[in-house]
Design a protein around this ligand. Structure first.
Ligand SMILES: [Zn+2]
Length: 155
């Protein structure tokens, strides 16, 4: 009786072996024939299997593009942090250490970006924007203080 290999469509070759007197079929993985292309310009690659670029210019351009993108994202985050820091400092300078969340949001304070955070008392998370710390109370108020004059009552 001839055994049929499983998944015949997915393999290009099968080899027959005997195991305990019965034929078994070893499925050999199909060799990939997919053409490899330069990550930068899409030209076909003919070199080593780990080759990613067709030439040095493409490799350099690709890495320069990645670096520019990383630096662009860093500039975006730095701009947001600087803006948040100015907003917090302006509040403190005006003598406002407790400000409604909505008021900071109206000044385009970004609550998603901060330099540090840690848990204070249960349910109280403290955020930092450089040296300015703040905590958001359940009543929707933001309590702000400078790290150098931290008030333990907020912790
Ligand atoms: Zn290329």
């Amino acid at each position: 009786m001839k055994m049929r290999p499983l998944f015949r469509e997915s393999v290009n070759r099968t080899s027959e072996f005997l195991f305990a007197g019965r034929p078994i079929y070893l499925c050999l993985k199909k060799k990939t024939t997919m053409e490899r292309l330069c990550l930068r310009c899409g030209a076909p690659l003919h070199g080593r299997t780990d080759q990613k670029f067709c030439c040095d210019d493409c490799r350099t351009d690709h890495h320069n593009q990645l670096r520019r993108e990383r630096e662009r994202r860093l500039r975006v985050v730095n701009r947001i942090l600087a803006s948040n820091w100015r907003i917090l400092n302006a509040q403190l300078r005006a003598g406002h250490d407790t400000v409604p969340v909505a008021e900071l949001a109206g000044l385009h304070f970004n609550f998603e970006i901060y330099t540090n955070t840690r848990r204070g008392l249960p349910g109280r998370r403290i955020f930092w924007c450089y040296n300015c710390a703040y905590r958001i109370s359940r009543s929707g108020m933001v309590h702000i203080w400078e790290e150098s004059c931290r008030n333990n009552a907020y912790l």
